[in-house]
Write a protein of this length. Structure first.
Length: 215
């Protein structure tokens, strides 16, 4: 498979801090509390880079010394849209950078036999068409859930969309790039492959179960 990191809309965030924290996520001995904390920290580190292109405008402020023009974020506030349920684990990390951002939710589940995603919930902040939208999901496996979630957002009028995941399978990353070449994709690590059950290898198990302490 081609080197997907060379695609213009894919950014592999290989910062040592991100990679170290991903290694801790992979370890099966990492408990729920630490796992949840790591996902939050990784999302914040990834968000710092993914939000580099936010637009700013100059406004007048007064420092203790004098008045000056200073940059602030421009336009409508951003929207964070986690794919339920695992995407919720990344939300607070983004909100720590953008505390005024609105939060939407998209609920999808995967059919265990067909591995196809099905939607059961979609609620987005308005006006979604004017916002920078950050879609979060820790794992990008087949790409089906991410593709469908972004389809829903586009149907509602979303235009400027970024997708953030911590670990991606090359098959899912390729599928997402082909389905939505107009979005920006930020990935912590591209793993080896999907196995016969469509789980990422080496992966880290079920991110939702490990975030919420369920089996």
């Amino acid at each position: 498979m081609e080197d997907l990191s060379k695609l213009e809309n894919v950014t592999i965030l290989d910062h040592p801090l991100i990679q170290h924290k991903i290694s801790r996520l992979r370890d099966k001995s990492t408990g729920t509390a630490e796992f949840r904390k790591l996902v939050n920290e990784i999302a914040m580190l990834m968000g710092y880079e993914a939000l580099r292109d936010l637009e700013t405008e100059n406004v007048e402020i007064e420092t203790p010394i004098e008045k000056t023009m200073a940059p602030v974020l421009a336009g409508k506030k951003q929207a964070v849209v986690p794919i339920l349920r695992a995407g919720l684990g990344m939300t607070d990390g983004i909100l720590s950078l953008l505390p005024a951002a609105k939060v939407g939710h998209i609920g999808l589940y995967r059919d265990e036999e067909t591995h196809k995603p099905h939607a059961y919930y979609c609620k987005l902040p308005e006006p979604i068409s004017l916002r920078t939208i950050i879609v979060t999901d820790p794992m990008l496996a087949t790409g089906g859930s991410a593709i469908d979630a972004i389809n829903f957002i586009k149907e509602k009028g979303g235009k400027k969309i970024k997708f953030m995941c911590i670990i991606a399978a090359p098959e899912g990353l390729k599928a997402l790039c082909e389905a939505h070449p107009d979005i920006q994709i930020y990935v912590g690590h591209v793993d080896r492959q999907l196995n016969e059950n469509a789980y990422i290898c080496p992966g880290l198990g079920d991110a939702g179960d490990r975030i919420f302490g369920t089996k």
